[in-house]
Ligand binder design. Structure first.
Ligand code: FES
Length: 153
């Protein structure tokens, strides 16, 4: 098949424009990715929207947000501290069960039964303009629960 000069130049221009568009799209995707990578805070929403004595799972953040009776917030990791399986909530105890090797945790994330030996990790919470910001890239290990781990409005 023969191409005349006009068709060749048109196709060449379309190809160059397509390549430029690809680089523009790639550049903007990279900017979005790096912005979220440098800002590791997960916005869970308005603190006032969470009832006391309730547990809220955040699938994308991979944590449970617990608001205790006194209004304090605790963000606990989904990951079992034994070998990292995702724990389930236990509606009877208000705590968590691990489906892999049967570790159990209470509502504060403390170990009720082995093989896990330490409580669920928790994440720092800051409150800005009434919004709960969870630092999901900084899990904190602990040996037990104490009230200093709670965040208040
Ligand atoms: S990973 Fe949870 S008990 Fe083993």
């Amino acid at each position: 098949m023969k191409l005349n000069r006009r068709k060749f130049i048109t196709r060449l221009l379309v190809a160059v424009a397509s390549i430029e568009a690809l680089f523009l799209i790639k550049g903007s995707v990279n900017k979005v990715a790096s912005a979220s990578a440098t800002n590791n805070l997960f916005n869970a929403g308005k603190a006032s929207s969470f009832d006391t004595n309730k547990l809220y799972p955040f699938l994308t953040g991979q944590f449970f947000l617990k608001r205790f009776e006194d209004g304090g917030f605790l963000a606990m990791s989904f990951k079992c501290t034994h070998l990292g399986c995702v724990v389930n909530t236990n509606s009877q105890t208000g705590g968590f069960n691990c489906p892999c090797h049967a570790s159990q945790f209470n509502k504060f994330g403390e170990v009720l039964s082995a093989p896990a030996t330490r409580p669920l990790d928790y994440f720092p919470i800051t409150i800005e303009k009434g919004e709960l910001l969870i630092d999901t890239k900084t899990p904190i290990r602990r040996s037990s629960f104490d009230k200093s781990q709670l965040t208040y409005v």
